[in-house]
Design a protein around this ligand. Structure first.
Ligand code: BEZ
Ligand code: FE
Length: 302
C-alpha cells in the first residue's frame, strides 16, 4: 500500500502539476509567435489556450484521447466530394451556427441567416416567377410568396433566389443516387421585388446519421432529425448574400433541431387550405395545399 501523503505534500504536488501543465500551454502558444500572418498567430494561440484548458478541465484520459483521434479519423475517411462528415460534426456542435451568427451581424431588420447544409447544388434549373420548383418531388403543394427589399425598405429587382428542399419522404433529390433534379430551382425577383413559386410543404428529415456523427448523437440521446424547412440563398449586387431557411410554425421539432438552425424570426405560418380552395394562380390541385409568405430583407454588403 502507498504511503499516505501528508496534506502539505499533496498541495505541493498539485501546485507543481499545475505549473507543469501551464508551462506546456505557454510553450505551445509561444511557438506561434513567429507566424508571418498576425491573424494565424491570433487564431492558433487562442486555439492552443482553449484546447489546453478543455483537456485540463475534463482531465482527458489517454483512452479518451485515442477515442477522439479514432472519431476524427473515421469522420475523415467518410468524407469525400459527396459526404462531408466534418461539416456535419461542426453542425451538431453548433459551431456552424455560431460562425454564421458571428459573420452575419444583426443589421437594421435584415433577415437572419442559418446553416447552409450539404444539399445545395449549383446550376439548379430556372423557373419563372409563379413556376413550380418541385419538378416531380412528392409532397403537398405549397405556394410561397414574398418580397426582397433592402434595409431601407426599397424593393430589390433581379435578386437571384435559390430554393431547395426535401420531398415528403425526407430526401433531397441528390440522395436518390439517380440523375433526378427535383425540389430545387432558382428564380429572380420582379420589378417590385416580388417573387412567388410552387414548392412542397416542408417535412422533417434526419441529417445523414450512419457515420461517427450519427453514433455520437445516438450515444448522447440526441435525435438526428431537423425541423421541417425550406432553404433559400438570395444574392443581389451590393447586398450581403443571405443563406437561410424558413420553418413551419407549430412543428414540434422547432425546439430540438439537430443542427441548432431555428431562429424565431424564420418560423412562418404555413396555412393549410382544404381541397377545392382556388389557388392564387388558378392552378388546378387535387387535394389540400398550403401557402406561406416570406419577406426577405438583405443587409448591405461588407
Ligand atoms: C440541411 O438542412 O440540408 C442540413 C443542414 C445541416 C446538416 C445536414 C443537413
Ligand atoms: Fe435541409
Amino acid at each position: 500500500m502507498a504511503e499516505p501523503v501528508p496534506d502539505g505534500a499533496a498541495e505541493q504536488a498539485a501546485r507543481e502539476q499545475a505549473v507543469r501543465e501551464q508551462e506546456l500551454t505557454d510553450r505551445v502558444a509561444a511557438s506561434f509567435d513567429g507566424a508571418d500572418d498576425e491573424r494565424l498567430k491570433t487564431v492558433m494561440q487562442s486555439l492552443t489556450r482553449h484546447l489546453h484548458a478543455f483537456l485540463r478541465e475534463v482531465r482527458l484520459t489517454e483512452d479518451e484521447w485515442h477515442q477522439g483521434i479514432g472519431f476524427l479519423t473515421a469522420a475523415g475517411h467518410l468524407t469525400d466530394d459527396k459526404r462531408q462528415e466534418l461539416i456535419l460534426l461542426s453542425d451538431v456542435l453548433g459551431a456552424s451556427m455560431q460562425t454564421i451568427a458571428i459573420n452575419n451581424e444583426a443589421h437594421g431588420g435584415a433577415t437572419e441567416a442559418t446553416v447552409f447544409g450539404p444539399f445545395f447544388v449549383d446550376d439548379a434549373p430556372r423557373v419563372d416567377n409563379g413556376g413550380d420548383i418541385a419538378g416531380g418531388a412528392t409532397g403537398q403543394p405549397c405556394w410561397v410568396e414574398g418580397t426582397v427589399t433592402d434595409t431601407a425598405g426599397d424593393p430589390v429587382q433581379g435578386a437571384r433566389i435559390e430554393v431547395w428542399e426535401a420531398d415528403e419522404d425526407g430526401f433531397y433529390d441528390v440522395q436518390y443516387g439517380d440523375d433526378r433534379t427535383a425540389g430545387r430551382a432558382h428564380l429572380f425577383s420582379d420589378a417590385d421585388g416580388g417573387y412567388r413559386f410552387w414548392g412542397t410543404t416542408p417535412t422533417p428529415y434526419p441529417i445523414p446519421h450512419d457515420g461517427p456523427v450519427g453514433a455520437l448523437l445516438a450515444a448522447s440521446g440526441r435525435s438526428p432529425v431537423r425541423a421541417a424547412h425550406l432553404h433559400f440563398m438570395v444574392t443581389a449586387p451590393g447586398l450581403r448574400t443571405l443563406v437561410t431557411h424558413i420553418f413551419v410554425r407549430g412543428d414540434e421539432l422547432l425546439g430540438s433541431d439537430s443542427v441548432f438552425g431555428v431562429k424565431d424570426s424564420l418560423v412562418k405560418d404555413f396555412e393549410e387550405l382544404p381541397a377545392g380552395t382556388p389557388t392564387p394562380d388558378g392552378r388546378a390541385i387535387v387535394g389540400t395545399w398550403s401557402r406561406t409568405r416570406f419577406d426577405i430583407v438583405l443587409a448591405p454588403a461588407g
